[in-house]
Design a protein. Structure first.
Length: 256
């Protein structure tokens, strides 16, 4: 997509997205959209842009934060299995099941021994869901170290927004290259044919919004086309089975 984005393009993409949501509901296609990426890249802003085009009755947004007491009592992935959308609905995650291999890894919460298991569990989770008909759209909000620091500084200048920047955010910016390597390894190990990553260059927020919507529209269009083809195949197989049965019945009647 060209960076020369017009508001008209964004509006048209939004209208397409709203219509695709309706079709997904009719065809009972469940959708999960996961947002990951760097602090201050604008994940929350892009989620806000995305849901403007959606019917609020058909989606739910989950902001993944620190574990609740109940979540601590279960395996890590339990909290996401409980948030899987039913057929025809959309679940949007502001941060997701990638926390253990990103933020927790950087903070030393996830040990080296736990890391390979966590990667395997993530891939298994996504494979099981997509095999069962789930559409998973993974969006990674990318921003440079310099741009991230600039945004942090701007937030810190105002008392009303300073609270949004934590010591952990500043630490990850200070050690950006180390955190970058962790993100690149995560992207490499969890990018798959059934649940690929889509990178959003978020320096230009308007461009990122249009690109994000274009990606979601494209993935949903393909999912709907695949669903239609699957239904047509089943109908053809059903018709063929009926024809074979009729032929057998006719032969049996003729031999009687």
């Amino acid at each position: 997509m060209e960076k020369n984005i017009k508001m008209k393009d964004i509006k048209e993409l939004g209208e397409q997205l709203g219509e695709l949501q309706r079709v997904c509901r009719e065809k009972k296609i469940p959708v999960m959209i996961a947002f990951e990426g760097y602090g201050a890249a604008g994940k929350g802003l892009q989620i806000g842009n995305l849901i403007q085009a959606l019917d609020p009755r058909g989606f739910k947004v989950y902001a993944v934060k620190n574990e609740t007491e109940e979540e601590w009592m279960h395996p890590f992935m339990w909290r996401f299995w409980t948030k899987i959308p039913s057929q025809g609905r959309i679940a949007i995650f502001d941060r997701s099941w990638y926390r253990r291999v990103l933020v927790d890894r950087f903070d030393g919460v996830t040990t080296k021994e736990q890391l390979d298991y966590a990667f395997g569990e993530i891939c298994s989770f996504e494979k099981q869901l997509t095999d069962d008909g789930m559409v998973i759209i993974k969006l990674f909000a990318d921003v440079s170290k310099k741009e991230q620091k600039k945004r942090f500084d701007k937030l810190l200048e105002d008392k009303k927004t300073a609270w949004r920047v934590t010591k952990d955010d500043l630490a990850r910016n200070k050690h950006y290259e180390e955190y970058l390597a962790m993100n690149e390894e995560m992207l490499e190990k969890t990018d798959s044919e059934y649940a690929p990553w889509h990178i959003l260059e978020c320096t230009d927020r308007e461009y990122a919004a249009a690109k994000m919507t274009e990606i979601v529209v494209s993935v949903l269009e393909q999912a709907i086309a695949d669903k239609k083809a699957e239904q047509e195949k089943r109908e053809q197989e059903k018709t063929k089975a009926q024809e074979i049965k009729q032929e057998k019945d006719t032969l049996q009647e003729a031999g009687a």
